[in-house]
Design a protein around this ligand. Structure first.
Ligand code: GTQ
Length: 353
């Protein structure tokens, strides 16, 4: 399918030009000069396929660790800027991603905001994040949620640095002009519940009898990698592979069976050694983070990304993607799919049926 405009180009004449200039002063503009850029036959995004090697990100983060503390920075994060969207703090058109470093003994002080955050732990362990009065311990591969307007602070009592990927709906909230934020004025919020409290209440396929779900975010705020990995490992025995995805699971909100967050979907997928997926595309631009393994992905017509453990890569909207795993590989990913689905805009193309 062609990505070109179907309409014809409107030619300029002196009469038209002067008309546009005159009406421009009244905040009016002709539609016919921009219609074909506004309503395109297929998604046409400034978001580009992109790849960050963890070794590069890690080295830059350690340098950042020398020049600013987590406390002074509030969040010591390097933003992953899509090369097609530089200066906009966007990894895709409507999502933000960054890599956060907390050194041993540091705290990132308590604040809260309307934006939803996901954390995906890339390296390190034994650090914590506190959300709404409960601490959770962060370990490699864990997927952790900070719901909208929930107080949160991070700390690292371990003896090694911790690095995690932050995914936030910052550009979406910006687009909607719905940003609110507050500082607590303390490094750490008061802890009112024991470690693991949410997990026992909501994470055991049980819900407290009088639980009344509020908001669109899962009450489970840490989905530990050990459990996710075990699920994938046990499922592989069924030997039922999806040609497009290998073995791909989505994280779920036990309140309603939907995605774990209202604005972002998260997934974990296993590609066994030697597996090649068939071509797939969907309208939700997706950020991938391999947490185990090594392989490559073909994105669109002319990009190939050679990825390893902890790298980050982006597949823009409606770009074909194919993955190939050289070793058993596990890929975390996230996208804005819940928004596409809620607005009935989601489309996918699994190739030849
Ligand atoms: O940890 O609260 O990467 O507020 C960007 C904004 C992390 C956080 C980011 C944030 C945070």
């Amino acid at each position: 399918m062609s990505n070109q405009s179907v309409g014809t180009t409107i030619s300029e004449t002196p009469e038209r030009e002067s008309f546009y200039a005159r009406i421009g002063q009244k905040n009016l503009a002709p539609l016919w000069t921009s219609l074909n850029d506004l309503i395109t036959p297929e998604p046409r995004s400034k978001c580009m396929p992109a790849h960050w090697r963890f070794s590069d990100v890690r080295a830059a983060m350690m340098e950042a660790g020398d020049i600013i503390t987590a406390k002074e920075a509030e969040r010591r994060v390097l933003v992953l800027e899509n090369p097609g969207l530089r200066g906009e703090s966007k990894i895709t058109t409507d999502l933000y991603a960054g890599v956060q470093l907390v050194l041993p003994g540091e705290v990132a002080p308590a604040h809260r905001h309307a934006q939803t955050a996901l954390r995906f732990v890339m390296e390190g362990g034994g650090a914590h994040t506190s959300v709404n009065g409960e601490r959770t311990i962060m370990n490699e591969g864990d997927f952790i949620i900070t719901p909208p307007m929930a107080w949160h602070d991070h700390g690292n009592e371990s003896d090694r640095p911790i690095f995690w990927l932050d995914g936030l709906d910052i550009p979406m909230v910006q687009f909607l002009d719905a940003s609110f934020a507050e500082h607590l004025g303390e490094d750490e919020q008061p802890i009112t519940r024991p470690v693991g409290d949410s997990d026992v209440r909501y994470g055991a396929n049980l819900l407290p009898i009088d639980h009344r779900p509020g908001g669109g975010t899962s009450p489970i705020f840490n989905y530990p990698y050990a459990r996710t990995r075990e699920a994938l490992e046990r499922m592989r025995r069924a030997n039922a592979w999806d040609p497009c995805h290998g073995l791909k699971m989505r994280y779920v909100n036990p309140n309603n069976g939907k995605y774990a967050m209202a604005t972002m979907a998260t997934f974990m997928q296993l590609l066994p050694q030697g597996f090649s997926t068939t071509s797939y595309r969907s309208t939700d631009a997706t950020v991938f983070v391999p947490i185990e393994g090594r392989g490559r992905s073909w994105i669109g017509s002319d990009v190939v990304v050679e990825w390893g453990k902890r790298d980050i890569f982006v597949v823009p909207s409606w770009h074909h993607v194919r993955h190939e795993a050289d070793e058993d590989s596990v890929l975390f990913s996230f996208s804005d799919r819940p928004v596409h689905e809620a607005l009935y805009l989601f489309r996918e193309d699994r190739g030849v049926a």
